[in-house]
Design a protein around this ligand. Structure first.
Ligand code: G3H
Ligand code: 13P
Ligand code: NA
Ligand code: ZN
Length: 328
């Protein structure tokens, strides 16, 4: 059953759990998520980036999601546009059956340049007004993602945006968040709290307070009717790095967001937890393993099935750790 983000996250808030939002680009990733959800009885958020829409095509993506929902009729499925960059991206997503869109006005339409507050508020408000007419939910973003690790505000967001940012751009300001939600009426708000996109989040094993949990806590306290979203939430597990590197991969040592930190976030109102990198790494590690261990193999199914299983295992783990399991 397809449902909106608002419907799904209202339930998550009522019962105090978080929902991973996994990115998909193809059938195997979609099947992995739904197979995992089916095993542990979890509702799902599937999200597609602009890149995913260009890769698979809108018609294919729409048909795939419809098929997934039909195969697992008891699992609530929210189909979400990840990082929409303008009105057209968000509105065409809704035309193709997405039940939720992210209007990421924290960056300008080039998805690189940090945008002004007024630009962000204005475009997000317009998208929310239109999306709500269609019954779709909207996620906005306030603040620019980037690791706080160096304290120097080096931003790497996986979308080509780089450069020095000040700490106040790297952490969402709670006063601004209150105003932003009042002006835009978004259903969910992505906040900058010290995470960044991609595999290379931290260069050392993160200790205790790597994320700005005080900011999450305060925003949550002051915005009880908006659901908080944590981007850049891959944990980049050591065992997945090891599988990848043991079979010809060359990924430099890196650290992601510890699951325990995500669990703390969920206690403080984080409801949607975006994960793409971990799924990619799980799949590619499995694909490397089969292709290097069976060099004569050329049946794609022999490679893609273990890849799907590796992603499924990861999804099940996140559903269980975030408390999503049992809530379908
Ligand atoms: O936030 C970015 C997601 O990981 C999607 O990445 O634009 O390469 O599809 P992508
Ligand atoms: P990761 O790169 O940490 O998986 O984050 C994905 C994300 O935030 C998608 O919007
Ligand atoms: Na998103
Ligand atoms: Zn993101």
């Amino acid at each position: 059953m397809l449902i909106s983000l608002r419907q799904l996250l209202d339930d998550a808030a009522e019962y105090g759990y978080g929902v991973p939002a996994f990115n998909i680009n193809n059938m195997e990733q979609g099947l992995a998520i739904l197979q995992a959800a089916d095993k542990v009885d979890a509702p799902v958020i599937i999200q597609a980036s602009r890149g995913a829409r260009a890769y698979a095509g809108d018609i294919m993506l729409q048909a795939m999601v419809k098929a997934l929902a039909e195969m697992y009729p008891h699992i609530p499925v929210c189909m979400h546009q990840d990082h929409g960059n303008n009105e057209a991206t968000c509105m065409t997503a809704i035309q193709y059956g997405f039940t939720s869109v992210m209007m990421d006005g924290s960056l300008e339409a080039d998805a690189k340049t940090p945008a002004s507050y007024d630009y962000n508020m204005d475009i997000t408000r317009r998208v929310t007004e239109m999306a709500h007419y269609a019954g779709a939910s909207v996620e906005g973003e306030l603040g620019v993602l980037g690791s706080l690790e160096t304290g120097e505000g080096e931003q790497e967001d996986g979308h080509g945006a780089t450069g020095k940012l000040s700490e106040d751009q790297l952490l969402t300001d709670p006063d601004q968040a209150v105003d932003f939600v009042a002006q835009t009426k978004v259903d969910a708000l992505a906040i900058a709290m010290g995470t960044s996109h991609g595999a290379y989040k931290f260069t050392r094993q993160p200790d205790g307070d790597i994320l700005a949990m005080n900011v999450v806590e305060e925003i949550n306290r002051r915005l009880p009717n908006v659901h908080l979203v944590m981007h850049g939430s891959s944990s980049v597990p050591q065992e997945l790095q090891d599988i990848f590197n043991a079979h010809g991969g060359e990924m430099p040592q890196t650290w992601g967001v510890p699951i325990a930190e995500i669990e703390r976030g969920i206690k403080h109102g984080v409801r949607k937890v975006n994960i793409d990198t971990d799924c990619r790494l799980a799949m590619l590690g499995a694909m490397r393993k089969v292709t290097t261990e069976n060099r004569s193999e050329f049946d794609p199914r022999k490679v893609l099935k273990p890849a799907m299983e590796a992603m499924q295992t990861l999804c099940i783990d996140r559903f269980e750790r975030f408390g999503t399991a049992g809530n379908a």
